[in-house]
Structure formats: C-alpha cells, structure tokens
Design a protein around this ligand. Sequence first.
Ligand code: FDA
Length: 394
Amino acid sequence: MERFDAIVIGAGAAGMFCAAQAGQAGLRVLLLDNGKKPGRKILMSGGGRCNFTNLYVEPAAYLSQNPHFCKSALARYTQWDFIDLVGKYGIAWHEKTLGQLFCDDSAEQIVDMLVAECEKGKVTLRLRSEVLSVARDDDGYTLQLNGETVAAKKLVVASGGLSMPGLGASPFGYKLAEQFGLKVLPTRAGLVPFTLHKPLLEQFQVLSGVSVPSVITAEDGTVFKENLLFTHRGLSGPAVLQISSYWQAGEFVTINLLPECDPDTLLNEQRQAHPNQSLKNTLAMHLPKRLVECLQQLGQIPDVTLKQLNSREQETLIDTLTNWRVQPNGTEGYRTAEVTLGGVDTNELSSRTMEARKVPGLYFIGEVMDVTGWLGGYNFQWAWASAWACAQAL
Ligand code: FDA
C-alpha cells in the first residue's frame, strides 16, 4: 500500500491548486481524479478563455448559509495573488466587463499552469481513479481505488458539485461528508437558465437569440443589471444566470427591459419632437426590433403614433416594459448549471483551514461546500482561496 502525506480527491480548480501548494511546501501529495484529464471545467469555462478571477471579489458576492465563512480565506489569498501567479507564467489576460478577467488566448493556459505548479511540487497525479471506499483509523485515511489501496494522514475533498455530470461531477463529496457525520445542506442548480411555462414560452420562443440590457430583481430584493437573453427554452444571459441563484421554485422575478432611460420622459420628449412617429419605431431605438415587433403582436405595444398614445396606455406600456413579472417554470437544472448551491455545511468546517471540526485530517475545499459565488470569476477565486487556506494547514 502506497502512503502519502496528503491525498486530494478531484483534480479540478481547487484540488490542483491545493495539491500544488502542499507539494511545494514539501508534502508527498497524491491527486486523484475520475476523469481522463485534469481541470475539465476550467477548459470549458469562460467560453474556452476561463474567467479565472474578478477584480472586485468581496464576500458579498458569495451565497452561503453562513455569509461570514468565506471572508478569512478570500482575504488571505486574494485575486491579486492569483493575478500575480498568472503573470509569472506569462499568461496574457484582459478585463471583459465588471472586473471579469479572462485569458487572451485559452483556458488551457490555466490548466497547463496548474499542472506545472503540481509538477513543481512533485505531486503524483492519478487520472481515471475511482474512489471506491474511504476508511479512517489512527494513522489517517485509507482509500480503496479501482485496482489499488492508498493511504495518507490527511484527506482533502475537492470533488466539486453536481453541475455538468458530463464533466465528471458526482455526489461523492456529499456522501463522504455524510459518512463522517457531517451535515450536508440541500443542493440545487445555480447560475442556470430559466425555463418558461408553455404559454409564455410559445409567445417568446420567436425571440430566441435576442439579447437586451436589463435590470432583474428577485423576490428577496436581490438586483442585477446585466444582459438578458431569450432562448428556445426560456430565458438566459448573465442577468438570468445571476438571479437564478437567488430564485426559489414558484417565485417571480421582475424585469426592467429599459434600464438605461426613463421611459416616461423619453415618450413625452419624443411626442413633442415627433408627434407622428409610430410608437413602435420610437421604442425600436431603445429596444431590439424583434422584441418590439413581438410585443406589438402580443398586443402589449399599441399600434399607434406617439400623439395617439393616451396617458393610460402610456402608463400600462411603461409598466409592461419596466416591471415585467415572470414566474419561471423552473431551471435547466444541473445539466447546464455552472454551479451547485448548498453542499457541505460550512458550520462543520474551520474557515481558516477548511478542516472538518469533528473529523481531524479531513478537509473540504471549492464548490463541494456551501459557498457559491456570482457569475464572473468569483467561483474560481473561491476555489483558489479555499485551496490555499487548506494547503497552509496540511
Ligand atoms: P471542479 O468541478 O472543478 O473539480 C472537481 C473534480 O473532481 C472534477 O475533475 C471531477 O471529475 C472530480 N471528481 C468528482 N467526483 C469524483 C470522484 N468520485 N472521484 C474522483 N474524482 C472525482 N467559474 C468561474 O469562476 N469562472 C468561469 O468562467 C466559470 N465558467 C464555468 C463554465 C462552466 C460550463 C461550468 C460548468 C462552470 C463554470 N464555472 C466558472 C464554475 C467553476 O468551474 C467551478 O466553480 C469550479 O470548477 C469549482 O472547482 P472545484 O475544484 O471545486 O470543482
């Protein structure tokens, strides 16, 4: 039986980074993954360019039953630390929007960098490794893999959440937590498109592909100002992905499709200047033409000129465009979700080391625990920060 100082389960963002740091600190580390290559989600991320962190990382951008938990790790390993590392590898990057940093070339550069960091730490990487069972005794942890048995004093679980089962996602980490008596909070898909009920979907399916700036508000008052995208299944785009993490089944979201202007002032001014201009053409200067045409066909935009639009119609129209209440049918689920909300209860873990309070030597890092970031590089920053905190304690 091969013995290591630490075994890390999951060669994703958190697992690779933690293994590399621990290896470089002199530990003998084994990194296991069930896939045939490491960092599969990183490769898929950010449209192939990996949105690896965000300039504006702050604890308020994370959802967790304990909102204070993420503070210590995020403060100890910051976005600037990761930007430094990326710089050392000569990886060129750019800010796309809202502080989101992407590789200029390819997400592969981030995976290559993490592999190089692991090699620097002499980490043993074993791919296509299924963990069949985990047992604990006074010497630490013994893992039965497909074909061999390995052991270590410390065990780090970095097996991620349930999103994108096609990329190796599994409930392994939750089951292991439960095996050792740790509480796991209910999970659900986050950063995920909404599906619509059939009648609404039939009305808006023609708009598939149309993107529009919006302000979207959840019932708990959370607000995001980003683009909304109509799809053939429902609604997506960054605004919807963000709000989906704050949405519970059965709730409504409220959408303002004209966030950049005051529609009342706009219509009054345009009426003064161009009384014979059609309402449709006026609105098409501020909204996608296809959206205006669709809303007109649905009877929500009257087929009139500006001077014919009476004040009651104007009020109703403005309400339709700025206060559109939608009750999603559901979400597209884990199949397309970027993250999993919920997971290993952070109250079971030390926020300084990520170690389970009642199970010495057992650590959870990254997405497997109940810390979920916004869209925009926040989730990778949590992976790096939690992994770093853990590695210091191994
Ligand atoms: P991660 O899921 O990365 O890694 C877990 C690893 O464990 C996987 O390799 C898996 O195969 C392995 N594993 C699971 N069960 C196992 C078992 N039983 N035995 C062995 N191995 C096992 N975030 C962000 O900040 N910026 C972005 O641009 C994106 N983009 C993005 C796109 C897409 C399509 C998705 C699905 C997600 C994103 N994300 C993102 C989210 C981000 O990818 C995610 O939060 C991190 O990858 C989480 O890192 P972890 O290391 O915790 O899990």
